[in-house]
Ligand binder design. Structure first.
Ligand SMILES: Cc1ncc(COP(=O)(O)O)c(C=O)c1O
Length: 415
């Protein structure tokens, strides 16, 4: 077993990092808060809180349309986030990064715009059996409308995708492969590079749902050769209601706008509209300006902490937490993939996850219980729900000790 005091690598000062997150400093039900629910949304550092506040206090104005000082300042701050994102994800240019509400909207944008132009009756789309509902439902809707067929890459008992089955699913009718980079329900890190290569060899495009990857590892969209990559800002320590869709410029160029309205136009007459250039063509209406600016602060904050150090530390936390949980009587970890990130999903014999979550909450420990918007994953494992602890770099081994002690107590209470 890894000794708890050996866990924090010299490059990460967890005590200092925790001071950046004010929410972590509170007591819940008389105990110091243990926040193990970062997969649904991560906590925000002062850098993000202050950037959003500064916008509202000092720079608040609508963007792109104003000649006055405040509008220019808010436009510059908002667009700076896009430029930062270009470097952060190694995209080719600002044209390839579209502001959206989050991963869900990014996927819907592609399914709606690219999908309706390119998917015809009898065509096929491949997703996997471990997707979040956000990467299932838009494709089901598209297939239903276009008369296309949705196929699924199965998963094995560990929660790994079965690539041999994927290979057999791919064929000349496959138009799109849409898979998550990291599973929110199981923590599986999918081998997206080979998945993309195999799809491209068949002439299909690939969308990667990066919602659960981006907070835990660095992502290089060009090295991956992803056609589309979607993520949510709030899971990356940024504000809610903002995220981004990366798309290769030539693909975005060929696509029709997703929504119509202000900002996405060049000219409008009562009869006809010409559309704006990328990326604005896909950004109708006033966006979440404060959120976009806060997201820029989140990129900078995470870059300063260093994603390689984050990934290494979180992996040690995950190994440590797994070893602790394996010692709890009657506890079974769901999702034991060869490569995992930051998720400990489990069931306990004879105890409903909802009860586990409720008792843990009384101990000041926040976890999530339920199907995690991944009902097909629950079906695959023949369970209705799991309890899930999801980690971020501000978590500590001591917090995992508190979780394990809490679960030990629950096992005894319900024995
Ligand atoms: C893998 C994955 N995809 C998509 C989403 C949807 O993200 P959002 O609700 O921010 O659009 C989530 C959210 O939990 C997720 O974990």
């Amino acid at each position: 077993m890894i000794a708890a005091d050996r866990l924090a690598p010299a490059s990460l000062d967890i005590t200092k990092i925790r001071e950046d997150f004010p929410v972590l400093r509170q007591s819940v039900r008389g105990k110091s808060l243990v926040y193990l629910d970062s997969a649904p949304t991560a906590q925000k550092p002062y850098a993000v809180i202050d950037a959003v506040r500064r916008f509202h206090e000092v720079d608040c104005a609508n963007i792109h349309r104003g000649v006055h000082e405040l509008s220019q300042r808010s436009t510059a701050a908002y667009e700076k986030t896009r430029s930062t994102a270009v470097r952060y994800f190694n995209a080719s240019s600002e044209s390839e990064l579209i502001f959206v509400r989050g991963t869900t909207e990014a996927i819907n944008l592609v399914a709606h715009s690219w999908g309706r132009m390119n998917v015809k009756s009898g065509d096929e789309i491949i997703i996997s059996a471990l997707e979040h509902h956000s990467n299932i439902v838009p494709w089901q809707m598209l297939c239903e409308e276009q008369g296309a067929v949705l196929r699924f890459i199965p998963i094995d008992d560990r929660g790994d995708l079965i690539l041999e089955a994927y290979d057999k699913l791919l064929n000349a009718r496959t138009r799109m492969v849409a898979v998550s980079h990291v599973s929110n329900a199981l923590g599986t890190i999918n081998p997206v590079r080979p998945i993309i290569e195999m799809a491209h060899a068949m002439g299909a495009l690939v969308l990667i749902d990066g919602a659960q990857a981006v907070p835990h590892m660095s992502v290089d969209v060009r090295a991956l050769d992803a056609d589309f990559y979607a993520f949510s800002g709030h899971k990356l320590f940024g504000p809610t209601g903002v995220g981004m869709l990366y798309g290769k410029a030539e693909l975005l160029e060929s696509m029709r706008p997703y929504q119509g309205g202000g900002d996405m136009i060049k000219t409008v007459t009562l009869e006809k509209t010409t559309y704006n250039d990328l990326p604005y063509k896909f950004e109708a209406g006033t966006p979440n300006i404060a959120g976009g600016i806060g997201l820029g602060a989140a990129f900078d904050y995470v870059s300063d902490v260093g994603l390689d150090a984050v990934a290494a530390y979180e992996n040690e936390l995950l190994v440590y937490g797994t070893e602790l949980l394996e010692q709890i009587p009657g506890l079974r970890i769901i999702g034991t993939a060869r490569e995992k990130a930051s998720v400990l999903s489990f069931v306990m014999e004879g105890i409903h996850p909802h009860d586990i979550g409720t008792v843990l909450d009384r101990m000041g420990i926040a976890v999530r219980t339920g199907h995690h918007c991944a009902q097909p994953v629950m079906d695959r494992f023949g369970i209705p729900a799991t309890t899930r602890a999801s980690l971020a770099f501000y978590n500590t081994p001591a917090e995992l000790d508190r979780l394990a002690a809490g679960l030990q107590k629950i096992a005894e209470m319900f024995a």
